[in-house]
Write a protein that binds this ligand. Structure first.
Ligand code: FAD
Length: 467
């Protein structure tokens, strides 16, 4: 068996790029089928419009001016209106409101098609109200909002180039990377400013001058990192390099791998705004990924991590009493269950591709677990600061997907699921619908990214061969 230790760099472990690509060739067809053909996995419930950015004031701070708007290209006025960033970033297709608790209680066992609005003809997209769990790595979507969010078709809103860029996007990425600052210091841009692990109350919690100074330091570090890809896991305190423990490196790799996957998708499904053609953009790939092998490494690392989480979840998903995929339609329920188990079975074909048991064990490891979880929750909150609807949708889905994977890896027993109740001090964990949809769609995003990177690599080789 080939094990990726979280310590290992993916390409120096026995689980090489080619091992992961081989797994992906087996998993991808089943994963595509699951996410593209089932009602359950092709819709996501998300609160996109009713939550304010909790980290800075988007009316009076930078976001109100230029930074958090959907940033446009320099010569935006030369571009036909339908190709402008503001249009590309908008959601498409029907989306419907969550039916609300009272409607669900009134009709407990029937498909709630009517409750989702007439324009949404899907019967497998509703879920019952869910509660928060302190073992969550993500903020449940309904937190601090009366609305339960909208159902959005993921097929109608693919993750691709939107033109969202500039200071607004940079500010969000910088804030995300600052969450890697684990020390409980007074570093102004980190979570300490908000109160560690607490729910930020209201906007404008930060001192902007301090944040921007920190962002400047971060940029210097980012540039240094680019010149030395062998040291990508150094401290993000903004002040100095230092060795970091395993858990902090893993946190960084997850974020960087997610960023790399988003970059891969926007380069792969790129709009040539002169011709109006959607096509791969090789220069985009070379600039953002090919010249940064550490980013590609982190992308593959995330693929291994998600593969392990999905494989580990498989036996739990087969328990019919815990997971229902389509209320009131048993046939549809069975079809979806067999598809999801097919994906989990294929993911399990290489045992323990990622060995999570090494984490939160030695040294300061155990004490870091809560910090790790809280920081990941802050990353998920930061998605409300993304100033482009489609990017926010996929940003929220993917942070929820990684959050779910971490929850499966670190909070689920390593025991036989049938014995979970007997052996657990805490109540057994059952994932919510949104968590399942996010997990499998995030896995599908990574699967697609691996495929795209391989195609891009081939194009680079062909281009080089011509010269
Ligand atoms: P950015 O990608 O903004 O990166 C900023 C800096 O981070 C870089 O200069 C580099 O120093 C560092 N960096 C870059 N990649 C990595 C990495 N993998 N690991 C570590 N450090 C890295 N745009 C779209 O077109 N479609 C989308 O769906 C989309 N979704 C987004 C979702 C989120 C949550 C966010 C914050 C932005 C999204 N964007 C999307 C915008 C996109 O990610 C870029 O920010 C934008 O294209 C500008 O790119 P850039 O070249 O300035 O560098």
């Amino acid at each position: 068996a080939c094990v990726i230790s979280p310590q290992a760099i993916v390409d120096d472990a026995c689980a090489s790029y080619s091992t992961l690509e081989r797994i992906n060739r087996n998993v991808k067809p089943a994963l595509d089928d699951l996410t593209k053909t089932t009602d359950f996995f092709s819709h996501y419930r998300v609160n996109l419009f009713h939550k304010k950015c909790p980290f800075w004031n988007d009316e009076n701070g930078m976001c109100g001016n230029i930074a958090c708007a959907v940033e446009t290209l320099d010569n935006e006025e030369d571009i036909p209106p339908i190709w402008r960033a503001s249009a590309l970033g908008k959601l498409e297709g029907p989306h419907a409101r969550h039916p609300g608790k009272s409607v669900q209680l009134d009709e407990p066992r029937r498909p709630l098609r009517g409750g989702l609005g007439e324009e949404v003809g899907e019967s497998c997209v509703v879920e019952y109200d869910d509660e928060c769990d302190e073992r969550d790595y993500c903020v449940p979507e309904d937190e601090s909002a009366s609305s339960k969010g909208d159902y959005v078709s993921l097929l109608r809103n693919p993750e691709r180039f939107t033109g969202y860029a500039g200071d607004g996007a940079k500010q969000v990425w910088d804030a995300i990377y600052r969450e890697n600052c684990f020390q409980r210091s007074s570093f102004p841009g980190g979570s300490a400013a908000l109160g560690e692990g607490t729910t930020p109350k209201g906007p404008a919690a930060l001192d902007f001058r301090a944040v921007m100074e920190a962002a400047g330091r971060q940029q210097v570090l980012a540039e240094e990192r680019q010149h030395n890809p062998l040291t990508p896991f150094v401290a993000k305190t903004g002040l100095e390099y230092e060795d970091e423990c395993l858990e902090k490196r893993v946190f960084y790799r997850v974020i960087s791998g997610m960023h790399a996957s988003i970059s891969t998708h926007l380069c792969w499904d790129f709009l040539n705004q002169t011709t109006g053609q959607w096509q791969p953009n090789l220069a985009c790939y070379v600039g953002r990924l090919h010249r940064h092998p550490d980013r590609i490494r982190n992308l593959y690392f995330n693929y291994a991590l998600l593969t392990r989480a999905v494989a580990k979840l498989g036996p739990y998903l087969s328990r019919r009493s815990d997971y229902t995929f389509c209320l009131g339609e048993p046939e549809q329920d069975e079809v979806t269950r067999s598809k999801v188990l097919d994906v989990a079975g294929r993911a399990a074909s290489v045992p323990h591709i990622f060995d999570e048991s090494l984490m939160f064990k030695n040294g300061e490891g155990p004490s870091l677990k809560e910090d790790f979880r809280n920081r990941f929750r802050n990353v998920s909150r930061l998605m409300d600061c993304v100033g482009c609807d489609k990017c926010r949708l996929w940003g929220k889905l993917q942070t929820a997907g990684y959050g779910t994977a971490l929850k499966v890896l670190f909070e689920f027993d390593n025991l036989d699921p049938a014995k979970q109740t007997d052996n657990s001090a805490a109540a057994p964990i059952v994932l919510k619908r949104t968590e399942l949809v996010a997990l499998f769609n995030t896995y599908a995003r990574l699967s697609n990214s691996l495929h795209a990177v391989q195609q891009f690599r081939r194009m680079v080789e062909e281009t080089e061969a011509e010269y």
